[in-house]
Design a protein around this ligand. Structure first.
Ligand code: CS2
Ligand code: MG
Length: 402
């Protein structure tokens, strides 16, 4: 079998998605997600100009060799653009291999370790009361684990708590929205949210929280301590993790479980965190970590140290990425949880998928391959729109982590 053609499809059925489609001379096709939120076209150019010409005519079965060729062979290793491009190709090649074998991808990886995959949904509100109600709605939809975020008195527009923060070119302001941040206010308010949630729903529901990289290590330690009575499933991205050693300090002070890694793109970003068991969950995801080849390696490395998985699955990871993640989730001996924040109806239609959600659980389905397709005619009806994530500033104007 030979790779005959590779195309890159960009579509915006609510969010921009970049999808790689590989066609073989034997008529088998595979697709992979290569979306990098807010920097989508950089990955398209990387693929079209620098990757695709090197792969035409190659054997699609040699997934490991293609991965090494694109990673080592580029000389310029790592980085979100490179790794999203590699992920698009790698995911499509695994799709083809599993289709050729007539197996769902999880079978090819070693088979299912569980019947289904626990996932967590999102609940948010501008006030504690609104968030408490939103958690109730998610619970009624079947979710057993819910990430809960609330607006903070005195701070308008906190990402992930109220109105959607994404700016698109359809909006009047096509530039990043500016949001405000105050850590002191946040640290006082957030434990009150979880106290209210435990009062309302008891301890049977798993609750998660995302600090979105905004704290210093000692502030994160304080928050972890203050959240201890509320028994969180995890506290996510407490600090910006360029400095992996930060987690040593957080760990010394709190038993609140820690999750990190949605912006990581290789195992090197997490090596120390995993080897020293400084985190409980590693959040790398197929599209940002270089596809199933690399994600499987990270999961296996984490398994050696008792660190569990918690793949990033916000709605800017396309249904193709979610599909690939779910096969790895079903297989991984050290699976923890999968994020699932849902998609627009149009996104479900553009990407018909075998994976399904019921009772707070996901399953990848049993179709050969990863089980996700793209309807190219429909995709063409939703053209790309330039879009930005917000930025965050302190009251004095200092640009802050968001
Ligand atoms: C968030 C994401 O899902 C999460 O945990 O941190 O919403 C994240 O901000 C986006 O995926 C960024 O593209
Ligand atoms: Mg997050």
């Amino acid at each position: 079998m030979k790779i005959q053609d590779i195309k890159v499809i960009v579509t915006c059925p609510g969010r921009n998605f970049v999808t790689v489609k590989i066609v073989t001379d034997e008529g088998l096709t595979g697709i992979g997600d290569a979306t990098l939120n807010g920097r989508e076209l950089a990955v398209v150019a990387y693929l079209e100009e620098h990757v695709i010409p090197c792969l035409l005519g190659r054997d699609p079965a040699r997934i490991e060799d293609v991965w090494q060729y694109l990673y080592r062979g580029a000389y310029w290793r790592r980085g979100p653009v490179t790794m999203a491009a590699i992920a698009g190709i790698d995911t499509a090649l695994w799709d083809i291999k599993a289709k050729a074998a007539g197996m769902p991808l999880y079978d090819l990886l070693g088979g299912a370790s569980r019947e289904h995959v626990l996932c967590y949904g999102h609940a948010q509100g501008t006030t504690i009361e609104e968030t408490v109600e939103a958690v109730g709605r998610r619970q009624a939809e079947g979710y057993r684990a819910i990430r809960s975020q609330s607006g903070i008195p005195g701070l308008p527009n906190v990402y992930g708590t109220g109105a959607f923060s994404l700016s698109t070119s359809a909006a009047t302001d096509a530039l990043p929205r500016e949001e405000a941040w105050d850590t002191a206010k946040y640290l006082v308010h957030t434990p009150k949210l979880f106290a209210a949630l435990r009062d309302a729903y008891g301890f049977d529901l798993h609750l998660l929280h995302d600090a979105h990289h905004r704290l210093t290590p000692i502030e994160a330690a304080r928050l972890g301590k203050d959240l201890e009575p509320h028994r969180l499933f995890w506290l996510e991205d407490a600090v910006a993790a360029e400095h992996q050693e930060s987690f040593r300090l957080i760990r010394r002070h709190t038993v609140t479980p820690l999750a990190v890694g949605e912006v990581f793109n290789t195992i090197w970003d997490a090596r120390l965190l995993i080897e020293e068991q400084l985190v409980d969950y590693i959040r790398t995801t197929a599209v940002h970590a270089g596809g199933p080849t690399a994600l499987r390696r990270i999961m296996d490395f984490a398994a050696v140290y008792g660190v569990r998985t918690g793949c990033h699955g916000a709605m800017d990871m396309s249904p193709v990425c979610l599909g690939a993640n779910l096969h790895l989730d079903l297989w991984a001996p050290n699976f923890g949880i999968q994020e699932y924040s849902g998609y627009t109806d149009a996104t479900h239609e553009v990407f018909p998928h075998a994976w399904s959600f019921a009772d707070g659980l996901l399953h990848p389905g049993d179709r050969p391959g990863h089980g996700v397709e793209i309807d190219e005619t429909l995709a063409a009806r939703y053209p790309y729109e330039r879009a930005y994530l917000p930025v965050n500033r302190l009251a004095d104007g200092t640009l802050w982590h968001w």
